[in-house]
Ligand binder design. Structure first.
Ligand code: GSH
Length: 98
């Protein structure tokens, strides 16, 4: 699919769920920004607050937290992921940290 949403994925290097999440996004031909948080305690702390989860990956679509791999996979199985990916970012959207 051709997506127009702003998609960001926060990952660590050795993370099977991150690999699966990126594989799903690639399968959908989604252009995404990948942020590695291996040595970024500041971002890991921010992620817990922003996502409510302590694990990686964490995916954000147009600035909204949509969770990790199992969450985006569940959205996809319900047919809801494509809808989110097709939405363009709103002009006033706040940039996420990187
Ligand atoms: N259900 C989550 C599981 C994610 C998960 O367990 N990720 C591992 C790395 S692959 C993790 O963050 N473990 C805890 C940690 O690294 O602090 C998902 O699908 O994203």
């Amino acid at each position: 699919m051709s997506a127009s949403a702003d998609v960001r994925i926060y990952v660590t290097t050795f993370c099977p769920y991150c690999v699966q999440a990126k594989r799903l996004l690639k399968k959908k031909e989604v252009t995404y920004t990948e942020i590695n948080v291996d040595s970024r305690d500041d971002l890991r702390t921010w992620l817990v607050g922003a996502s409510g989860q302590r694990t990686v990956p964490q995916v954000f679509i147009n600035g909204k937290s949509v969770g990790g791999f199992t969450d985006i996979d569940a959205l996809d199985r319900k047919g809801k992921l494509d809808t989110l990916l097709a939405e363009p970012p709103s002009p006033g959207a706040v940039a996420l940290p990187a």
